[in-house]
Ligand binder design. Structure first.
Ligand code: AKB
Length: 337
């Protein structure tokens, strides 16, 4: 069987590293990675080629390739994007737009849809206030699409851009014999947590940051309130969902953007687990108003019934197995605790 050509942008990030490892383990792919950074040790030697540089500035170079699948992970996350909003928009929107245009061009040229996997986020939701967040509980994809952050606006808009380029580009869908268009598929991820990489730039990062600090015997001042609740997921489940969605035959899909869920917990439960695993851990709660405002605008949890119905999604890790079987063993090994 000929290898499928795959591009992974943002390959040096937390999702990127785990995805490259997951793709390599499956065999059958020629992997090209792209990132501003050089390949980290964890994935060095896995891709056939690594393109280091700014995606927007280097996009022309990718026209020399013929990718079957693109996993576009490059992004500026929510907290960082609130500080550098224009740069976030350039990376999150212009970068995605350029890559969608490339995939649309290649799909039409070779009469074969390029599969385009896009990680959206719970940041695409916007709850008006704490009462609405509490009352809404597990939200569906079409609910509360009014993000409060640059990152959330970017993600929601790029979901729409992906639908445009895969269904309506140039109004070609009205032609008597419409050309092949790209095959856009998107997942709204909760706060993702890896036991093997460090979080950066996210607002959901307080969970993993707390455990990393406790495992090193360092004090940690949590930047959100103890009662803050959002949904989280183990990185292996995030990779599983991306690969499952990528494999699904197009006719089985009833939508282009799906929620996935695993477990929703309060910041206080991360503290409880940290203190139980690392007695003596010093954890305080010192809310940062801006970052608290971001997570308060995100739903407590999401309804992933569509993903379960359309492509048999279900997570492998709930909160207990996440901590006991995945995260704490990984943290202990990393810090020798
Ligand atoms: C962030 O915190 O910005 C991300 C996300 C929830 O999309 N981890």
């Amino acid at each position: 069987m000929t290898e499928q050509s795959v591009l992974v942008t943002g390959a040096c990030g937390e999702i990127g590293q785990a995805l490259v490892q997951g793709l390599k383990a499956r065999n059958g792919y020629r992997i090209v990675t792209a990132d501003l950074a050089p390949l980290p040790d964890a994935i060095r030697g896995l891709p056939s080629e690594h393109v280091q540089g700014d995606l927007v500035n280097r996009i022309k170079q990718f026209y020399d390739y013929d990718f079957d699948i693109i996993y576009h992970l490059a992004a500026s996350l929510s907290s960082k994007a609130e500080v550098a909003t224009e740069e976030a928009h350039r990376i999150n929107v212009e970068g995605t737009m350029q890559l969608l245009m490339l995939a649309a061009y290649k799909s039409e040229k070779y009469k074969k849809p390029v599969r385009f996997l896009f990680p959206s986020s719970i940041a695409a939701y916007g709850m008006a206030d704490g009462n609405e967040k509490k009352q809404a509980g597990r939200v569906k994809e079409e609910d509360f699409n009014s993000p409060h952050t640059m990152y959330g606006c970017n993600k929601l808009y790029c979901e729409k851009l992906g639908t445009y380029y895969s269904r309506f580009f140039g109004q070609r869908h009205l032609d008597s014999n419409p050309p092949a268009m790209l095959d856009f598929r998107s997942i709204r991820f909760p706060g993702l947590i890896s036991a093997f990489t460090l979080p950066s730039g996210g607002t959901s990062d307080y969970g993993p940051e707390m455990l990393h600090a406790a495992a090193q015997g360092k004090p940690y001042a949590c930047f959100v309130r103890e009662d803050t609740k959002i949904s989280f997921m183990a990185m292996p489940d995030a990779i599983k969902s991306l690969l499952m969605l990528s494999d699904v035959p197009r006719p089985a899909l009833t939508r282009q953007t799906y929620n996935v869920a695993a477990f929703a917990i309060r910041a206080g439960e991360f503290r409880d687990r940290a203190v139980e695993a690392f007695p003596g851990a010093t954890i305080t709660f010192e809310p940062n108003p801006n970052r608290q405002g971001i997570v308060d605008s995100w739903p407590e949890d999401v309804d992933d019934s569509r993903a379960r119905a359309d492509w048999n999604w279900q997570p492998d890790y709930d909160a207990d197995t996440f901590f006991e079987d995945y995260f704490l063993p990984g943290i202990r090994k990393r810090y020798g605790r």
